[in-house]
Structures are given as C-alpha cells and as structure tokens.
Design a protein around this ligand. Structure first.
Ligand SMILES: [Zn+2]
Length: 291
C-alpha cells in the first residue's frame, strides 16, 4: 500500500459500492480493511466467518481483526476493528467509524481533505486526492514499528529493563542494529540495577536479629581469619571468640587452621571455669573450621 494504511473513499457509501459485508447490511459494520498484518498493533484471530465481497462478487477471507493507530503531530488517531484481508488490494478506512472513534470530522474538497477536531474545528491532518481516492499522507501511516519511536529518547537503563535486563554490550548492539532512539548519558551507564543485583545474590538478606543473650556464654560467636602477614611468632591466622552477652573478645593466634579446634577447647575450659557456667551455643559462618 503505497500511501500507508489507508486510502480513503470520500464517503463511506462509495466503499459500499466496492465492498459489501455479507453479514452486515448496515453501515455500522466492522469495516476498516487492510491487507498488511503489520499495520495492526493489537490483533486477534477473526472467527466471525464473514467474507468481504468485491464488486465482482468474489469473496475474500478475513484473517485477523485488530487495532491500528495513525500518528499525527497533535494526537494519535485510532482505527478500531480493522479487518485484515490478505487479498485486499487497498487499505480502506470507514469514514463513519473513523469520525466516531476519534471525535473528528472530515472535509472533502476536490483536491484535498481535512481531518478536524469536532469541538475545536482544528485541522489535525491534511491530505490530497489521487485518482478519486483520498490517501492518508504516508508520514502519518501506522508504522510496523509501533511503540518503538516516541517523543522522548529512552535511557540505557530503560532499554535494560525493557529488554529483560541484558548486559550493556547487548543493549548497545540491539539499539544500534535496530536504529532505536537511546539517550546516552554517562550516569545511566554507571547506575546499578536493583533487580540484577538481587538476581545475582545467592540468598536474600537476613532479617534483623532481635535475639538478646541474658547471661554470659549463652551465645558465643567464633570466626577464623587469615592468612595474614606472619606475626612475630610466625602465626598466620587468628581465631576469635566473642561473648554475645558481655561482648568480651578472646583472640588466639595460630599457625595453621587445623589448630582451631584445639584453641576452642582451650577457650572453652578457660571461660567455663571463669564464669562457672557452660557455653550454650556457638555461632560461626560455616567456614569449615569446626567440621
Ligand atoms: Zn537489571
């Protein structure tokens, strides 16, 4: 269709001469027609069983029914219930449905037509006449790349979200190979995506602990750290024990991690004797030192 979605007959009645719905005898039929499926932004299979009949009487099947949008500088014009008829030679617009759905009216002159807003009478679209047909200017035709072009240039971040959180190099490739609008400012390249961070983390954050020890040795934290630069005694590691109740801390320097359990036993003897009570619980980071 050279001139976009819609070559338009000056009056709906003229369309009726050319096309007649078998089922609908009234003008209120579903009656925008296109042969180009990519003109329909939202579509579904047509199950009505009707056909479009040409003046010669041959029937053309309807495959899909959907919606299309014509973009004009002022506003978008809706084409509801567009029938996808693969055999159709032209894309046709029903003036009746077009004006009803868009709160607009059309003025036809021998060489021009205007689409105007009903309330304000403002002209929102102007087109010419070709061979008795009034084609919509191709610059406002429904694009097969709907929703991609917009008045604002989406940021890299937004493309990252839209495309399912790919890496920056994938976004660049998609944007450049499809010639998509993209705002490239440095801050958006450096921003951190919350969803990606959460997806990469191995487990959810721990809830804040509300447990409080009421006596010494009720809970003791232990951790092993190293290898560190050799200490004076050539010790490379240390193991720490922190009492949750008092926050007293014991530190043992060791040469090898294998000494941890021995140091724990020393610590246990010392504190259980000092406080005259048993260690009730130990908490470690499962580093393997006590296995
Ligand atoms: Zn992400």
């Amino acid at each position: 269709m050279p001139a976009g979605i819609a070559s338009m007959r000056s009056m709906y009645q003229k369309n009726v001469k050319l096309l007649r719905c078998t089922l609908s005898t009234t003008i209120g039929a579903t009656d925008h027609i296109t042969s180009e499926l990519n003109k329909l932004s939202m579509r579904g299979k047509y199950n009505g069983g009707d056909q479009i009949h040409t003046a010669s009487g041959s029937g053309m099947d309807i495959s899909y029914i959907g919606q299309s949008v014509l973009h004009t500088p002022d506003r978008n014009l809706l084409l509801n219930n567009v029938l996808h008829v693969p055999q159709a030679k032209r894309n046709l617009v029903s003036v009746h449905h077009f004006t009803t759905d868009n709160n607009a009216y059309l003025e036809f002159l021998p060489s021009h037509f205007f689409v105007k807003v009903q309330e304000t009478k403002k002209t929102i679209l102007k087109g010419g006449c070709q061979g008795g047909l009034y084609p919509f200017p191709s610059s406002v035709s429904a694009s097969s790349r709907k929703y991609v072009y917009s008045a604002i240039r989406p940021s890299v971040e937004r493309w990252h979200h839209r495309l399912g959180h790919p890496s920056i190099s994938v976004i660049r490739q998609v944007v450049s190979s499809n010639n998509l609008p993209c705002e490239s400012n440095k801050s958006s390249l450096e921003s951190v995506c919350d969803a990606c961070q959460q997806a990469k983390s191995h487990q959810l954050p721990y809830p804040k602990s509300s447990s409080v020890s009421s006596v010494p040795l009720e809970l003791v934290f232990s951790d092993v750290w190293g290898p560190a630069p050799d200490s004076v005694g050539r010790k490379k590691y240390y193991v720490s024990f922190i009492d949750d109740f008092s926050k007293f801390t014991w530190l043992y320097l060791i040469k090898h991690k294998s000494e941890v359990f021995q140091k724990f036993q020393e610590f246990q003897t010392l504190v259980e004797h000092t406080f005259d009570r048993k260690i009730i619980a130990m908490q470690t980071d499962w580093g393997g030192e006590y296995e």
